[in-house]
Design a protein around this ligand. Structure first.
Ligand SMILES: Nc1ncnc2c1ncn2[C@@H]1O[C@H](COP(=O)(O)OP(=O)(O)OP(=O)(O)O)[C@@H](O)[C@H]1O
Ligand SMILES: [Mg+2]
Length: 376
């Protein structure tokens, strides 16, 4: 074999630790030449500030110097262009999907993870209202409260009771919403809301994994996931288990939120999770005096959406009924008509579903195959 082919063979064993795949498979290796026993290897990273740059460079060096006929190596490190980066993310995503465990969530069901870099911006309120608005269109909406310590959706959605285990699977608790249904799993159904949960990280990740793997979500059409603030272990676990979900970032209108954008973008890169768009919550207060006040600033949502290169999906005003609805288990979207902001947001999110799931027939075929294999 030529030294060049041997080099490529060795490089196929070098992995990008964050993306969990080989750098050749991910398309990160450019030109490879050997001139006078000196190997010239071009490697392109997803970002110039890649924290793993020196690790990857070292692994490339070690791998290539093992090749007979090579005495020296010159590595040139560049950055992938946007098209190559998008292709790499697609590859990483499909590799992650191939590795993801089997769950009962139908493949045709899009999954929306509501997240933010900060606490208290309204993630849970947005998740609850979007779920209600989706259910009001007749859908069976699975709601996963992945905020294990700070669970709140059982109360927000007014879903009470204890989780029942059927055929060794937890059955989400259901509530009819007009022509549709919400089906919720939350620690709120397993633990007293006031009880302090002094759990360690591993147990928390296990709880999230159980909510996904050991639950019966087979009847749902769509899933909404509420998350704890930040991009810690729980959110990374969700990304590993459900790599095809889309992330919706909630922010306030404050423009001093650059760090939030950076965190969301960094998380999306590490986890290959697609960012679908931004919700600006607490966006102005319409006073009875006729004026709109902006106690939390203006423009933060649009700025964050611009930074992330995604759509601003909604601007939800500061409204007393959003907070009140949460207290009595009837989120404001419950009384809202078709034109209301949460119904509009739900429609926009559902319109993005095709980017999250395989097309109709393919998804149905894959679901049927899954069922056949499981029944066999
Ligand atoms: N648009 C709004 N208008 C008025 N109050 C709101 C609005 N959105 C959220 N709130 C209130 O703000 C508080 C925080 O909201 P919420 O619990 O939904 O945030 P969160 O991001 O889930 O918080 P955490 O990070 O603690 O989970 C709640 O009391 C909620 O009722
Ligand atoms: Mg919350």
């Amino acid at each position: 074999m030529e030294p060049r082919d041997l080099i490529l063979q060795r490089l196929a064993r070098v992995r990008d630790p964050e993306l969990g795949a080989s750098i050749t498979e991910l398309g990160m290796v450019g030109e490879v030449r050997v001139v006078d026993r000196v190997a010239h290897v071009a490697v392109a990273l997803t970002t110039a500030s890649c924290p793993l740059r020196s690790d990857i460079e070292r692994d490339v060096r070690d791998a290539v110097l093992e090749v007979e006929g090579v005495d020296e190596i010159v590595v040139s490190v560049g950055v992938l262009d946007p098209a190559a980066k998008a292709a790499l993310m697609r590859t990483a995503r499909s590799l992650a999907q191939a590795r993801a465990p089997h769950t009962s969530i139908p493949r045709r069901a899009p999954i929306y993870m509501i997240a933010s870099g900060k606490g208290g911006v309204g993630k849970s309120s947005m998740a609850a209202n979007v779920a209600i608005a989706m259910a009001q269109t007749g859908l069976h909406v699975g709601v996963l409260d992945a905020d294990i310590w700070g669970f709140s959706l059982a109360r927000l959605l007014g879903v009470t009771g204890d989780v029942v285990v059927r055929d060794a699977k937890m059955a989400p608790l259901e509530r009819r919403v007009g022509p549709g249904t919400i089906a919720l799993l939350s620690m709120g159904h397993l633990a007293d809301e006031k009880q302090a949960l002094l759990w360690r990280g591993l147990m928390v990740q296990k709880a999230v994994a159980q909510f996904i793997e050991d639950a019966d979500w087979s009847r749902i059409d769509v899933m909404v996931i509420d998350t704890p603030p930040g991009t810690g272990d729980i959110v990374m676990t969700l990304a590993r288990l459900l790599p095809h979900m889309g992330q919706v970032v909630v922010t306030t209108p404050s423009r001093a939120a650059q760090h939030v954008a950076a965190r969301a973008a960094d998380f999306a890169r590490k986890s290959h999770i697609r960012v679908l768009g931004v919700i600006e919550n607490m966006s102005g207060f319409a006073c009875e005096c006729g004026k709109v006040h902006a106690p939390l600033g203006v423009g933060g949502g649009r700025e964050l959406a611009g930074d992330l290169g995604v759509e601003l999906l909604a601007k939800i005003p500061l409204r007393a009924d959003v907070a009140d609805g949460g207290d009595d288990g009837l989120p404001v979207a419950w009384h809202e008509d078709d034109e209301g902001p949460f119904h509009d947001l739900a429609r926009r999110l559902l319109a993005l579903a095709p980017s999250l799931v395989p097309a109709g027939c393919t998804a149905r075929l894959l679901d049927a195959l899954d069922e056949a294999v499981l029944d066999a």
